[in-house]
Write a protein that binds this ligand. Structure first.
Ligand code: BGC
Length: 627
């Protein structure tokens, strides 16, 4: 055989093989494409059947593309065309932090979400959308909504019943605007207050977090008035990352590495998840942290499938966080395959949802993600949708948008603020302030700053340092209203009262400017030097001073505290500054207890779940301290 003959033969064989593969692929492809019919009176719409029977019936109609669409959760601002909801059969849309309706009013939100739902309703199977937001302390995006204290303040109340009522009120405000999914509660356990998300957590005590988070889930999902899907976040070990391990170059600890420790996993990190799953939670978000040095949690089949789905018997669905499945991965296709095979059911897509749906179909065709895995994911998503009654007209709870910021909810928030205050020091019982006090000076950066007192996740992701464009009352306003008629309250942010007569009491309301996520990682969380100067000036012009700390975490105050007469930790109270004054003037009692230990120095960090500091020294105030 000559050389030319041999080449022709090889070419021929190659063509035959390729043709064979093509025929095989096409057969496979068409065998998977179902004939699309619009089912008439399908069983899945029958409210009398069990959810599981309805899910199986709906699943039996779905094509691969429709299933993959359900697994996609698209950020509203990346939605290229509203009709893509229909074209790709999307499972959910979210407003990421700060992503608001074009008309940012309660009615504007309702209109926007109704429009998205009506597009989903044009699809063959009319599967309703999940619409998710981070209402982590009330429906924070919407001007006029009630802004409750951030979770750390709720942890300080230790009052699970109160937390359940807050969750219910938030759910009602969400329902009124069409939102049916909330990315809360937060089950993180911050062992290092340098972390910029400390305030999003209830406590570093796994037991208290279990109590609070399960109450939150009940308030959201199990009340007769509302059914909004709660999300347990962030799975797992978030809050216990090691300082300086963040994979994000802008951060220090957020998105860092949690030591892969199976003992801690079972004894500390998992119990809040277990309690909240038992309370009925149907969705759960995976954190952006790594589990040990080699693996992000989102790619851990051990954590997501073996531990969460099998061991804890979680029947709801797992959603990834933001760009989580793709973060730091050069091969996005393989990153997706890995995350979905590990157990991720719904993928949050802040950017390119078309690529995701395309890639998922290919991954399945190539046998990299099985039919069973996709069916399992979709079953879980549908289970949650049936659970909150999305398919059932009779469960469609209509609420007027007028309930946002109603007197009832604002009073509830005010009550929560009062219960969250922790009295750390009170020399000679200067607090509560007596009626006999006739002259009070008020100063400090957080006295008249409703944005600062609300913190981040309020209107904007990073919050607003200044007055909020919402119904909110400052702490100063509360003091002015509550002080007796014969008491003169003077205010100057910088405490420039030099030419005035000395006040009997000076109240310094100082605090952190708002921050969210890794942008709040801070090596030395201290009171801002300009606020410290204000305090010094106030000390010169007042006989005694009360320092109120408005912050998302304990601040390092051991050098200054000795010269202060009274100190109150007020956390991030939200829109109801009046609740602070209720306690300062004795209408209500101090009840709060520290939900996390208050360190003396940064060398003490991190502090273990049993309260042991890193350098074995005593903290300034232990967890659960409160006078
Ligand atoms: C946060 C999540 C949040 C998500 C959606 C992420 O950056 O880590 O807690 O739910 O964004 O806004």
């Amino acid at each position: 055989m000559n050389f030319e003959h041999k080449t022709t033969k090889i070419l021929l064989i190659t063509v035959i093989i390729l043709l064979g593969l093509f025929i095989l692929f096409m057969t496979f492809y068409f065998s998977k494409t179902k004939t699309l019919i619009v089912p008439e009176n399908p069983l899945f719409l029958n409210e009398n059947l069990s959810a599981e029977a309805r899910i199986e019936n709906l699943l039996s109609y779905m094509t691969l593309e429709e299933k993959v669409g359900q697994m996609a959760l698209v950020e509203k601002n990346s939605l290229k065309d509203d009709q893509d909801i229909l074209k790709y059969g999307l499972g959910g849309i979210l407003s990421g932090a700060g992503s608001k309706a074009d008309i940012n009013t309660a009615d504007g939100w309702k209109m926007m979400i109704d429009n998205y739902q009506s597009i989903a309703n044009e699809s063959r199977l009319k599967i309703p959308l999940l619409y998710g937001v981070d209402a982590v302390h009330g429906h924070g995006h919407v001007p006029g909504a009630t802004i409750f204290p951030h979770a750390i303040g709720l942890g300080a109340t230790g009052d699970a019943k109160l937390v359940e009522r807050i969750a219910e009120a938030t759910a009602e405000e969400l329902t009124a605007t069409g939102v049916n999914w909330n990315y809360a509660p937060n089950l993180d356990l911050p062992s290092d207050i340098r972390w910029g998300r400390t305030y999003e957590a209830f406590s570093d005590d796994s037991e208290l977090v279990s109590e609070m988070s399960s109450a939150y889930v009940r308030g959201f999902q199990n009340s007769n008035n509302t059914k909004v899907l709660a999300t347990l976040k962030h799975f797992v070990g978030l809050g216990d990352m090691v300082w300086n391990t963040s994979k994000n170059k802008n951060f220090k600890i957020d998105q860092g590495v949690t030591k892969a420790n199976d003992d801690l996993l079972r004894s500390v990190y998992l119990p809040p998840f277990k309690a909240s799953i038992d309370a009925g939670a149907m969705s759960l978000m995976v954190g952006l942290n790594d589990w040990g040095n080699s693996n992000s949690v989102i790619t851990s089949k051990y954590l997501l499938t073996d531990v969460l789905k099998k061991e804890l018997n979680f029947k709801g669905f797992i959603v990834s966080d933001w760009y989580g499945i793709y973060e730091n991965r050069s091969n996005k296709f393989l990153a997706m395959v890995e995350a979905v095979n590990a157990g991720t059911d719904m993928v949050m897509l802040p950017f390119n949802y078309k690529k995701f749906t395309r890639d998922m179909v290919w991954a399945n065709r190539l046998g990299l993600i099985s039919d069973e895995r996709i069916d399992d994911a979709v079953r879980r998503i549908l289970r949650a949708k049936f659970f909150i009654g999305l398919f059932d007209e009779s469960k469609n709870l209509k609420k007027s948008t007028n309930i946002l910021g109603s007197a009832e909810y604002r009073n509830l928030a005010r009550e929560a603020v009062a219960s969250s205050l922790v009295l750390l020091k009170n020399v000679n019982n200067i607090l509560p302030i007596k009626n006999s006090v006739k002259n009070i000076y008020v100063a400090g950066s957080a006295a008249s700053n409703t944005g600062r007192q609300s913190g981040a996740w309020t209107v904007e992701w990073q919050g607003i340092d200044g007055d909020l464009p919402v119904n909110a009352d400052s702490i100063l306003k509360g003091i002015q209203e509550q002080a007796g008629e014969d008491t003169v309250v003077s205010y100057d942010e910088n405490a420039k009262f030099e030419n005035l007569k000395k006040a009997e009491i000076g109240i310094a309301i100082v605090g952190e400017s708002p921050y969210a996520e890794g942008w709040g990682d801070k090596e030395y969380p201290i009171i801002d030097p300009s606020d410290l100067e204000t305090i010094s000036r106030l000390q010169k012009s007042s006989e005694k001073i009360i320092v109120i700390i408005v912050s998302g975490r304990p601040l390092l105050i051991s050098k200054e505290i000795d010269s202060w007469n009274a100190v109150v930790a007020a956390w991030l109270p939200g829109s109801e500054g009046l609740g602070v004054a209720d306690v300062l003037f004795g209408d209500k009692q101090f009840k709060g207890k520290l939900p996390v230990p208050w360190p003396r120095t940064s060398e003490q960090l991190p502090i273990s779940s049993t309260g042991k500091t890193s350098n074995n020294t005593e903290v300034l105030f232990p967890r659960y301290f409160g006078l």
